[in-house]
Design a protein around this ligand. Structure first.
Ligand code: GLN
Length: 258
């Protein structure tokens, strides 16, 4: 079909719409020219083993972060590409410019702020303690001298090494592996973010989350300190997507209100 013909069809469609609605303001004409220019790719570094923020379903990346990143890319007129890696590699990858930003339910901390810039926060996370149903661990104090499983390089990993001693913490490369270790009795508890904790407990019988909250944190997107232009653009996009309800809608699609 020729472009001219398409434009003609579009124009008559617009005319019909205008007639029906009595108003010509609707944007029904497809913008063929815009579609032809190839969108620039923006790369997101993540660790897709952190449901419901990022996970894989077959070959597809799913989750809150994935959808928010997609919405941000659209705001920027760019096409999102996801690069899956160990959580522990994301900040370095952002610093080296291998990815344009890191988004992985990543907590804003003072130490990380020395390495990368963070956008405004788009979600809250809580570090919680997962134990087996029959466990005698009921509070934070009960963790003293126990073996704690964590995901390497996460805040749960860093804080528990500080508070309970490195020798008592076993760091796994995936949260799911820490949960398997808990089920197998290799560790007595797992410290991890609340939403993945809920997902893992739902998928594995015989586990529970303690009521004690270990740490309350803000999630944000990490960007290279050399790229303040992108930081400003993403902050502006986040502001818009928050104001128009997009972010809340995405989160509500994955996390049911309690
Ligand atoms: N919020 C935690 C952190 O930033 C864990 C993130 C993750 O495992 N993806 O350290």
């Amino acid at each position: 079909m020729s472009k001219k013909f398409l434009a003609l069809v579009a124009a008559s469609a617009l005319a019909v719409t205008s007639l029906l609605s009595g108003c010509g303001a609707e944007k029904t004409a497809p913008d063929a020219d815009v579609k032809e220019t190839q969108a620039k790719v923006i790369k997101m570094g993540t660790n897709a083993a952190f449901p419901p923020y990022e996970f894989k379903e077959g070959e597809d990346f799913k989750g809150i972060d994935v959808e928010i990143a997609d919405a941000i890319a659209k705001e920027l007129g760019m096409e999102l590409e996801i690069v899956d890696m160990e959580f522990d590699s994301i900040i370095t990858s952002v610093q080296k410019g291998e990815v344009d930003f890191g988004m992985a339910g990543m907590t804003v901390t003072d130490e990380r702020k020395e390495e990368v810039d963070f956008t405004s926060s788009y979600a809250t996370g809580v570090q919680v303690i997962v134990v087996t149903e029959g466990s005698d661990i009921a509070t934070l104090d009960d963790l003293e001298g126990k073996k704690i499983g964590t995901q390497l390089g996460t805040t749960g990993d860093i804080y528990s090494k500080d508070d309970f001693g490195e020798e008592n913490v076993v760091s796994y490369s995936k949260g799911a592996d820490a949960i398997i270790a808990l089920k197998g009795g290799d560790v007595d508890a797992v410290i991890i973010d609340n939403e993945p904790a809920k997902a893992f407990v739902a998928d594995n019988e015989g586990l529970k989350i303690l009521d004690t909250e270990y740490a309350i944190e803000d999630y944000a997107i990490a960007i290279s300190k050399d790229n303040t232009e992108l930081l400003d653009k993403i902050n502006a996009a986040l502001e818009k997507l928050t104001a128009d309800g997009t972010i809340d809608e995405i989160i509500a699609g994955y996390i049911k209100a309690e």
